[in-house]
Design a protein around this ligand. Structure first.
Ligand code: ADP
Length: 592
């Protein structure tokens, strides 16, 4: 992206503040004019003094001169203060508004993206967040730089140059000849710093991550006695960081010196030329200072050029990533327009094939019927495709071949949001948001009263435990144990009260007591609903109305527990292995 493309993309976001921008531009112009007053006043002062000296000084003449220039200079300074105040306030207002608009827009946009977008490696949580945060931040800084630094400085410089040319063409010419040299040097400096800065940034990120990793894995580090190794790894990073920082300093030092020299050459040439013109009688003596001060106005912005250039470059790098996230229109979730009035809840899959967007094939020619009001189980080894099937049923992905219908109509044609309102999904680990237990349960139904939240917690065997906590329902939900968090997920399900329920190993990470209680609550909610269960625990699937056995993405068997067991196939193998792993022999002896 180049600078114009960025500006074009930002325009819609800046548009609501066009009045602010306009006022800011007017202030810029006033500021630029005010900046030229010093040289003008100085020339006037010197020339008047010269005149007074030549004509014989009068008390009245010098008094009125002092009064006159004091009034102008103070007046100018007051205007200057007002202009700068106005500019920074306006700039800040534009910046803050723009920043919040960009972030909000990004959030709104990615919320419309489909699940697959977030699963993509490119969009891993950290990466996506960095792209959005950095993008919004550097774009905002870009706008701020333009309004607060670039425009005022350049308006100032152009006006000063214009006045110089107007006063004397040759002096103006000298002032403008120095500019390309300056530009060239700044450009080179920014170019060299770009590499160094990028390296520095990566090193800093690695260092932060390094510390984070140490804290995160401290137990492994300590148990393997790897303190020394980690220490050395960090020390190496620090050394590289120091090297890079010094390199940056050196580059800056060399270029700053070169630019300072070029500026000095400019000043010297102007002094020589103006002195010559004064001696030649073509200029008044006040013009020497006049031109030097004007030249200072011309070179001041260019002195900052490399910094501005650098930041604009950075903005361009991040802007690209930012707008890429915003432009991922192909990631927008598709939705049909079939609304759901009386959902019956029968799914049918016909010859469904599915390959993940990254090319991993996961399902082959899957056909099955998940009848309304029944409980269906998916059984199979890890990686067989069970969760993938649920993903398709939730419309997180569309099948790459074949067809899925719900109550006879293509799943693809249903309104996605309405469909998901009818589905309750409980996973092995469910996200608990930062907030109280009450808020977390209410996620299942935002309009639920507190009494309803409590009722749901009771059904999920959670209420009594909550009552024992000092802050009860106000307790921070993220502090709860894994089992309790899982119960929150189930309480959400009770509150949502959906006609279709998908359970993906809901008790896999729980202890025996929790598993039993949660199984009881799930058994209660399953009645009269279309339910799909994935579980490695035989007890959870044995009562299902139909069991589908998956192997390497295909359905290899289906039927009730008894039918499948007598089939002597994959199901029996899994069942027997599961029973052996439980050491059923010993258990039954104990129980006898
Ligand atoms: P199960 O639930 O039976 O353990 P999955 O449905 O999770 O199996 O996985 C089936 C296959 O799909 C596996 O080969 C797995 O590696 C692959 N897979 C699962 N999720 C993704 C994904 N998001 N992207 C690419 N491949 C995936």
């Amino acid at each position: 992206m180049n600078i114009w493309q960025i500006i074009a993309r930002l325009l819609p976001f800046v548009k609501p503040y066009k009045l602010l921008v306009f006022i800011s531009l007017v202030l810029t112009l006033i500021g630029a004019v005010a900046a030229q007053i010093n040289p003008l006043v100085l020339r006037y002062t010197v020339d008047t003094i010269q005149q007074l000296l030549n004509e014989g000084r009068t008390e009245q003449g010098s008094a009125s001169l002092f009064l006159y220039i004091s009034a102008i200079l103070f007046g100018k300074e007051l205007i200057n203060i007002a202009v700068r105040y106005g500019q920074s306030m306006l700039g800040e207002r534009i910046r803050v508004n723009l920043s919040s608009q960009l972030s909000q827009y990004a959030v709104e946009k990615i919320l419309t993206y489909k699940y697959a977008f977030f699963v993509d490696d490119e969009n891993a949580t950290g990466k996506l967040q960095t792209r959005i945060d950095r993008g919004a931040e550097s774009l905002t800084r870009f706008v701020q730089r333009i309004f607060i630094d670039l425009l005022p400085l350049f308006a100032n410089a152009i006006l000063a140059l214009f006045i110089m040319f107007h006063a004397n063409f040759y002096v103006g010419l000298i002032a403008s000849i120095v500019m390309p040299i300056y530009f060239l040097l700044s450009w080179q400096q920014a170019g060299m710093l770009k590499g160094v800065r990028r390296g520095l940034r990566t090193l800093r990120e690695t260092k932060t991550n390094g510390l984070f990793n140490i804290i995160e894995s401290i137990i492994v580090i300590k148990s393997f006695v790897r303190e020394e190794y980690e220490r050395e790894k960090q020390a190496r990073l620090q050394r590289n960081l120091i090297d890079a920082q010094l390199r940056q300093r050196k580059t800056n030092y060399v270029f700053d010196a070169l630019k300072s020299f070029a500026e000095q050459v400019g000043v010297t040439l102007i002094i020589i030329l103006t002195s010559y013109l004064v001696l030649d009688g073509q200029m008044s003596i006040g013009s020497i200072m006049f031109h030097i001060l004007l030249f200072n106005n011309v070179s001041a912005p260019i002195r900052q050029l490399h910094r501005i250039y650098d930041e604009i470059n950075e903005a361009m790098t991040y802007a690209e990533g930012f707008f890429e996230v915003l432009d991922a229109d192909s990631a927008i979730e598709e939705s049909g327009d079939i609304t759901i009035e009386n959902l019956y809840g029968t799914f049918e899959l016909k010859n469904v094939n599915f390959t993940y967007p990254n090319g991993t094939p996961a399902l082959f020619d899957v056909s099955m019927k998940i009848p309304h009001g029944k409980t269906v189980a998916f059984v199979g080894l890890s990686g067989a495709g069970k969760s993938t099937l649920l993903n398709l049923l939730c419309k997180f992905y569309a099948p790459t071949g074949g067809k899925i219908t719900l109550d006879g109509k293509n799943l693809h044609d249903y309104d996605t949001h309405l469909l998901r309102r009818k589905i309750g999904l409980v996973l092995q680990k469910n996200h608990i948001f930062k907030g109280s237990i009450e808020e977390n349960i209410r996620y299942g139904n935002m309009n639920a009263s507190f009494a309803e939240v409590r009722e749901a917690a009771k059904k999920a065997y959670l209420h009594e435990q909550i009552e024992q906590l000092p802050d009860k329902y106000e307790t921070d939900a993220q502090q709860l144990s894994g089992g309790q968090q899982q119960r929150i997920a189930i309480a959400r399900l009770f509150l949502k009260d959906p006609p279709i329920i998908f359970l993906d190993e809901p008790t896999a990470s729980l202890d025996a007591i929790a598993t039993e209680q949660i199984k009881n609550s799930l058994d209660a909610i399953k009645a009269d609903r279309t339910t799909v269960v994935i579980s490695h625990s035989i007890s959870q699937i044995i009562d299902s109305d139909v069991i589908f056995v998956l192997k390497e993405g295909r359905v290899v068997e289906s039927g009730t527990h008894e039918e499948l067991y007598n089939n002597n196939g994959t199901y029996k193998e899994i069942f027997n292995a599961s029973a052996r792993s439980l050491n059923l022999g010993r258990i039954s002896k104990t129980l006898r």
